[in-house]
Design a protein around this ligand. Structure first.
Ligand code: GKR
Ligand code: MG
Length: 432
């Protein structure tokens, strides 16, 4: 029997810079623009599959290396694509900041994040060819809507550095500001649960913000995530204050041992996207019962199939599963929604940064209603590329080399220098 499945003839890799508000976290502040990489797998039949991933130069270099190996493969070679470039992993940087606050950075994490975009693009092309949605190729959806949480950040009203358009969300720098922001998220997408990115202010202020949210939105599931920024005693104190108020604490401390101790002594459920980020980390972490919920992410687990494997592993160990996010656009959101629709044991609303992104390279932006997205049923991912916007954001990438690496710490230093200079000039007394 012969197959006429599309064969990959070309791979277009387009780095772009997307506008990002001044969101604060443990490392610093988001830059005015953040890099992403858009992947187009071109096939002999003219079908183009879409993928999206991290766009910093290490990812871009690896993508160019691995793209060569895709040419000539049928788009159905999903397992081969997932294994491209597999080799012994080496540590690049152990500081979480180096990886966008998702654990240590390794060579394999970079490879997996790259192949995840290739795998998603292959699924998209295969689905378009067969006339079925990606979730069908993954075995079929088990839900028609995927729930997302409103992802709140402390933030400034605007970036202090440069000619960057202001975002519509305003400042959020205290409990009242966080509640006001949550109300805006409610209007924006009807979100029913909220996550607050912590590790920015003193723990007592962040506890107060969560308590203010609990009061303003009675019964809404809440989470607080300081990206491993607290000591063990601090984490225990926060756990004592917030037990029964949050559905889980996310990465309160940086090490597996401290996480295990926080759970053992407080009983509070703990989630992670920092200490379980690869298969090798699963067993030691689960053996110590250091986490109860794993936040999957198809980018750093290596694609949609690997995410389903992780879901099965969590099921086997009796662990909960939800989904992590980092700054992303609509192609990734589509991929997240398709895979989330197929995972039976997804008991928590997924994270997404999407509401923070004012621009997108797909033609029709996703709209959240009642805190959820309808699972797309069109062939492939169900999204189309807006070539004009892609070209414009790529042009920005070519003209702004200083923004090509995400570095929240450097962005904070630049911002502070700018604020300092403006204050001496204008005698300002408030933060931007
Ligand atoms: O976007 O600032 C951010 C987040 O802190 C992100 O980098 C993390 O990877 O959202 C993530 C998390 O849950 O830790
Ligand atoms: Mg997290």
């Amino acid at each position: 029997m012969t197959t006429d499945l599309p064969v990959i003839t070309d791979v277009r890799l387009t780095p772009i810079l997307i506008a990002d508000p001044p969101l604060l976290n443990l490392s610093g502040v988001h830059q005015p623009y953040t890099p992403r990489l858009i992947v187009e797998l071109v096939t002999d039949g003219g079908i183009v599959g879409l993928g999206e991933t991290y766009g910093d130069s290490a990812y871009l270099t690896r993508a160019h290396e691995l793209a060569r190996e895709l040419v000539g493969l049928p788009v159905s070679a999903i397992n081969t694509i997932g294994g491209l470039g597999r080799a012994e992993s080496t540590l690049i940087d152990a500081t979480p900041a180096a990886s966008g606050l998702r654990g240590a950075l390794t060579t394999d994490k970079i490879r997996l994040s790259v192949v995840s975009a290739f795998e998603v693009a292959a699924f998209d092309a295969l689905g378009k060819h067969l006339g079925v949605p990606v979730h069908t190729l993954l075995g079929g959806k088990v839900r028609d809507r995927v729930e997302y949480s409103g992802y709140l950040f402390y933030k400034w009203a605007e970036h202090p550095d440069g000619d960057v358009p202001a975002d519509p969300w305003g400042a959020a720098l205290d409990p009242d500001g966080i509640v006001a922001l949550a109300r805006k998220f409610l209007v924006h997408g009807g979100f029913r649960s909220f996550k607050l990115k912590g590790g920015v202010f003193a723990p007592d202020e962040e506890i107060a913000a969560i308590k203010a949210l609990a009061q303003a939105f009675p019964g809404a599931p809440l989470r607080l995530d300081p990206n491993g920024g607290w000591s063990l005693p601090t984490a225990l104190r926060v756990a004592e204050e917030l037990t029964g108020i949050v559905e889980y604490l996310e990465d309160p401390t940086a090490t597996v041992e401290d996480m295990a101790e926080v759970h053992r002594r407080s009983g509070i459920p703990l989630a992670t996207n920092m200490i379980v980020t690869s298969l090798a980390e699963v067993k030691p972490t689960f053996d110590l019962n250091a986490v109860q919920i794993v936040l999957s992410d198809h980018h750093f687990w290596g694609g949609l199939q690997a995410t389903r494997d992780l879901a099965a592993t969590c099921r086997a160990y009796g662990k909960g599963l939800s989904m992590h996010s980092n700054t992303h656009l609509g192609i990734s959101l589509a991929a997240m929604t398709h895979v989330a629709a197929t995972v039976p044991n997804l008991a928590y609303a997924c994270d997404t940064h999407y509401p923070w992104q004012s621009e997108d390279i797909i033609t029709d932006r996703f709209t959240f209603t009642a805190g959820a997205l309808d699972v797309p049923d069109l062939p492939g991912l169900g999204v189309n590329l807006n070539h004009d916007t892609l070209a414009r954001l790529h042009e920005r990438w070519t003209t702004m080399p200083a923004m090509r690496e995400r570095d929240d710490t450097a962005a904070l230093r630049r911002a502070e220098a700018r604020i300092h200079a403006s204050r001496s000039e204008h005698n300002w007394t408030t933060a931007p």
